[in-house]
Design a binder for this molecule. Structure first.
Ligand code: ATP
Ligand code: MG
Length: 152
């Protein structure tokens, strides 16, 4: 995957498969700490401890259509190449949070890509799921929440 927007789309697909009703996507660029953080949080079915332990392994999937599951392992690889890592937290019935951390100035840190297009695609394809998109760059924050739109 060439850029982060495609990883985000892919990780959000996991949330959709897990029957999430709300997906929160947060990106934070902190030039002082030299960190780029991408967080995708859902309220889907979550994972038990066993599944969680294996989730990043490329040869693990609960899909029944094929035998590899690459989404999380590719994200972990992208983060590691930029001196970062992926943190997962999940509990059965308690949703899942995927947090990928990158060193912003690292030459192998992938470009963001067209994140707005990714968000548009997700919203258009999943009208029954709420999406929050938040992008912090140093001191400024952009925030978009379909829950607030729907209320109007
Ligand atoms: N948000 C999530 N909620 C619940 N389970 C998840 C979530 N994300 C990942 N998983 C579990 O971790 C496994 C591995 O995820 P991963 O994205 O790496 O592969 P995949 O979705 O199975 O296949 P691929 O991404 O290649 O289409 C999934 O099969 C699923 O069991
Ligand atoms: Mg996946």
């Amino acid at each position: 995957m060439q850029d982060l927007s495609l990883h985000i789309l892919d990780i959000a697909e996991n949330s959709i498969s897990a029957s999430a009703k709300r997906i929160e996507i947060r990106i934070e660029e902190d030039q002082i700490k030299d960190l780029l953080t991408v967080e995708i949080k859902d309220d889907g079915k979550g994972m038990d401890e066993q599944t969680l332990k294996k989730a990043i392994d490329p040869f693990f999937t609960t899909r029944t259509t094929r035998e590899v599951g690459l989404g999380l392992s590719l994200l972990a690889q992208a983060a590691q190449q930029a001196d970062g890592k992926v943190e997962l937290s999940s509990a059965p019935g308690g949703g899942t949070t995927v947090k990928a951390i990158f060193r912003l100035s690292h030459p192998d840190c992938k470009p963001a890509g067209d994140i707005h297009e990714t968000i548009r695609t997700l919203i258009a394809g999943n009208p029954h799921i709420e999406f929050l998109y938040e992008h912090k760059r140093n001191d400024s924050t952009y925030r978009f929440d379909t829950r607030e739109i729907n209320r109007k």
